[in-house]
Ligand binder design. Structure first.
Ligand code: AP5
Length: 193
């Protein structure tokens, strides 16, 4: 299957992606993880992305689109993939749609994780305490949520219009969210995805 996970910071995309990828034997492609690895290695891409990520802003569409297309052209993504953190803007979604159309490989579904904002903030504050991720600082969390509202939330309508949006209630214990997500994916599979 070719799947996208959509949802605000702290919605649990990364947490659930690991489980979905294992269950459906898909490569899990997380743009945030790719950027963080490049920042840690101080590659040219990492040096470009570091300050932007620390402010909670989005890396430029041009950079992200090229990075994801290169990754999707690798052998392990030929039979399917699970994208976590991409697309995140309408121009990214449009470029991605053209890319998939050119290869005759349309998306099967876009899972939208729904969590109220106060819970998102609580989860990210919790992670800051436990793991110290640089962009989980209060002001940066606020910027990331604002970026989501302004630039990523319009993708919900974009994919709903294409009949691809699957809404998942992502509030509650991790295992329960996994059960709901896998149930939705099995229904998608049974419907012919
Ligand atoms: P990215 O790493 O994608 O950050 P994000 O979307 O803000 O995602 P998070 O990792 O914060 O949240 P998540 O939904 O994955 O939740 P998680 O499972 O981790 O991107 C980082 C940055 O990279 C961006 O800000 C941007 O600068 C750049 N970038 C990346 N992609 C880009 C793109 N396409 N375009 C431009 N720039 C891009 O869970 C969060 C916490 O909650 C964890 O502690 C977890 O244990 C906990 N948790 C999870 N599920 C539950 C649950 N059910 N109940 C309680 N706690 C839970």
């Amino acid at each position: 299957m070719r799947l996208v996970l959509l949802g605000p910071p702290g919605a649990g995309k990364g947490t659930q992606a690991v489980r979905i990828a294992e269950e459906f034997a898909l490569p899990h492609i997380a743009t945030g993880d790719i950027f963080r690895a490049n920042v840690a290695l101080e590659t040219p891409l990492g040096l470009q992305a570091k300050a932007i990520m620390e402010r909670g802003e989005l890396v430029s569409d041009e950079i992200v689109i090229q990075m994801v297309q290169d990754r999707l052209d690798e052998e392990d993504a030929m039979r399917g993939f699970l994208l976590d953190g991409f697309p995140r803007t309408v121009p990214q979604a449009e470029a991605f749609e053209r890319f998939l159309r050119a290869r005759g490989k349309p998306l099967d579904g876009v899972l939208r994780f729904d969590v109220p904002e106060d819970e998102l903030v609580a989860r990210l504050h919790g992670r800051r305490t436990l793991e110290g991720r640089a962009d989980d600082e209060a002001q940066v969390i606020a910027n990331r949520l604002a970026e989501y509202r302004d630039k990523t939330a319009p993708l919900e309508a974009f994919y709903r219009d294409r009949g691809l949006l699957v809404e998942i209630d992502a509030l509650g214990p991790v295992d329960e969210v996994t059960a709901r997500t896998l149930g939705a994916l099995r229904a998608l599979e049974a419907a012919g995805a």
